[in-house]
Design a protein around this ligand. Structure first.
Ligand SMILES: O=C1O[C@H](COP(=O)(O)O)[C@@H](O)[C@H](O)[C@H]1O
Length: 331
């Protein structure tokens, strides 16, 4: 398996393309100058395209991915209705979802053979909309609205329209600020990092009565932490054994183990990382984690070790200005 790491650095308007070597090093393949401040990124399910959200002219750009070395070639673009804070696709590669914190909306862009075309849906009134996440059955779009302490639930239609479900949302405790989320590979649980109180909620997707229910809430910070909480990202290993979150004030990654059935998290440790880690990701083998320091202008590569999933730093790399998003492709 070959793996390529893409990092987005909005202040220098660059994407860095890295080969991830099996021994735990990165080799620079390409630096792409992007026509705009590049922030969120996602790889198409068929691995042919990297989609990136840019500003101040709000667009999604599609770059074709070389199957040989992961290098990028600009291919197409489409306008977005608001500043893209987060982008993702459905699992069949038919639609791009863009969540906009500043515009308070989520939008759906149709993909035609991987090429972004027109906007087919915009749902407004989602204050602090911070991500859009399709469920493992490709049916439900989970959209955290950070400023409203709720996660809205929409059914994705064949035409890309979003229909509010019944119930239309689940709510967090007041002031939590739900931001990013991941699903367990067993498809039974979702884990949400809450930005403002730095907690992690475990959501059981369907209990025996068909309800979505919060079954655990954990503080992700060390017990002696007293500064402003500023959670950001969350990722899970492909085997569903380890979960990671990050906080930008302390520049810490919190390491969790996950129970066999996915229902219970336990903190295993804290890893100091690059300054102000806004984005990170885990590779497809579950062996490595790559974190971006928005203020250190470097990324760090860690090896995931042992039963606890602790992190050992293998190297750090300069990566333009203000890196804040990391995605990994396996090809
Ligand atoms: O994490 C955060 O994100 C929001 C939105 O970010 P943007 O890059 O889409 O403007 C930001 O305003 C907030 O302060 C920050 O904590």
């Amino acid at each position: 398996m070959k793996q390529t790491v893409y990092t987005a650095s909005p202040e220098s308007q660059q994407i860095h393309v890295w080969r991830l070597n099996p021994e735990g090093t990165l080799t620079l393949v390409q630096v792409v100058d992007v026509p705009g401040q590049v922030q969120p990124m996602v790889i198409s399910p068929d691995k042919r395209f990297l989609y990136v959200g840019v500003r101040p002219e709000f667009r999604v750009l599609a770059y074709r991915i070389s199957p040989d070395d992961g290098a990028l070639t600009w291919t197409a673009e489409a306008a977005l209705p608001g500043s893209p804070t987060h982008i993702s696709t459905d699992l069949q590669g038919r639609f791009i979802f863009s969540g906009s914190y500043n515009a308070g909306c989520v939008s759906v862009t149709r993909l035609d053979d991987g090429i972004p075309t027109e906007t087919v849906e915009v749902v407004e009134g989602l204050e602090g909309c911070h991500s859009a996440n399709i469920s493992p059955d490709n049916r439900t779009l989970w959209v955290p609205a950070l400023k409203q302490d709720r996660i809205c639930l929409f059914t994705l239609g064949e035409d890309g329209k979003l229909a509010a479900q019944t119930p239309a949302e689940v709510t967090t405790v007041e002031g939590a600020g739900p931001r990013h989320m991941v699903f367990h590979p067993n498809q039974q649980y979702a884990y949400v990092v809450n930005e403002l109180n730095c907690s992690v909620d475990v959501w059981a997707l369907r209990d025996p009565h068909g309800n979505i229910e919060c079954v655990q809430t954990l503080d992700m910070m060390p017990t002696d932490f007293t500064d402003t909480r500023w959670g950001a990202d969350i990722h899970i290993t492909p085997d569903g054994r380890h979960l990671y979150t990050c906080d930008r004030t302390s520049s810490l990654i919190t390491i969790f183990s996950i129970s066999e059935d996915g229902s219970v998290l336990a903190i295993e440790g804290f890893q100091p990382t690059e300054t102000q880690p806004r984005g990170f990701n885990v590779d497809h083998s579950g062996k490595f984690l790559i974190a971006a320091g928005q203020k250190s202008h470097h990324i760090a590569l860690y090896e995931i070790q042992g039963e606890q999933g602790l992190l050992e730093e293998k190297g750090r790399y300069a990566v333009g200005q203000g890196p804040m998003w990391v995605v990994v492709n396996a090809h």
